[in-house]
Design a protein around this ligand. Structure first.
Ligand code: AP5
Length: 217
């Protein structure tokens, strides 16, 4: 089963992808994570994308389509979770072609519907471990020891470079201008399912599980 998690910055896509990996052994394909890996590697591509990400703008369709294409060609996941991809109509078309090439199809697009004020609060309180990538929320899911990762005792938690007020404004604008048209696109295709993303993590996971169980019958 291949699914897309669709929603604005901070809506919980990464959190729900982790829950699906744990519960169903699915494989997460997060273009945000791929781009952060590229920027950390210091390659020419990494340098190009770093400034775009920090400003909160979208990286070009060409770059992200090719990252996803490489992953689909190299992996034979039992089920892919596309997290943060597609983000434009051109990316949605590219995904549909790529899946077809690999004999796969999109089973569901889960939209995490959420109040914009809640998004800002979540982003402002997000910290993560630079070592293992664990994500915390200082308000909703804080670490046991203030400022340190629960799994890597010496690792100090950090904020993401693009989790600041200025960049967040641009990220939200990019989402509403370029990504939200996908809601209509997938509604029309019959793949769209909407979930109340304002609820707590477990309740959102339960709603998603119900949808996936229903369509896999
Ligand atoms: P990306 O990494 O995809 O970031 P994003 O879409 O902005 O989403 P986030 O990672 O900020 O949030 P999330 O929805 O995963 O929420 P999370 O689970 O962490 O992209 C970053 C950048 O890369 C883009 O701006 C762009 O430049 C580039 N990029 C990426 N993909 C691209 C593409 N396809 N095309 C072009 N450019 C691309 O949760 C947030 C916080 O809330 C956490 O602290 C979490 O603990 C907490 N939380 C989660 N769920 C709940 C809940 N139910 N209740 C309370 N707290 C919760």
């Amino acid at each position: 089963m291949d699914i897309v998690l669709l929603g604005p910055p901070g809506s919980g896509k990464g959190t729900q992808a982790n829950a699906l990996i744990a519960a169903r052994g699915m494989v997460q394909l997060s273009t945000g994570d791929m781009l952060r890996d590229a920027r950390n590697s210091g390659t020419a591509l990494g340098k190009r994308v770093a400034a775009i990400m920090d400003a909160g703008e979208l990286v070009t369709d060409e770059i992200v389509n090719s990252l996803i294409g490489e992953k689909l060609a190299s992996g034979d996941g039992f089920g892919f979770i596309f997290d943060g991809f597609p983000r434009t109509l051109a990316q949605a078309d590219a995904l549909s072609h790529l899946l077809e090439e690999h004999g796969r199809k999109l089973d569901a697009v889960i939209e995490l519907v959420i109040d914009p004020e809640e998004l800002v609060a979540r982003i402002e309180n997000r910290v993560s471990c630079p070592n293992c990538g664990a994500v915390y929320n200082l308000r909703a899911a804080p670490p046991v020891r203030d400022g340190y990762c629960d799994y890597c005792p010496d690792a100090r938690l950090v904020k993401r470079g693009d989790d600041n007020a200025e960049s967040l404004k641009t990220r939200l604008l990019e989402y509403y201008r370029k990504t939200s048209p996908l809601i209509g696109y997938y509604y029309k295709s019959g793949a769209l399912a909407r979930v109340d993303g304002d609820k707590n993590v477990e309740s959102v996971s339960a709603e998603i599980a119900e949808i996936l169980d229903r369509i896999s019958k």
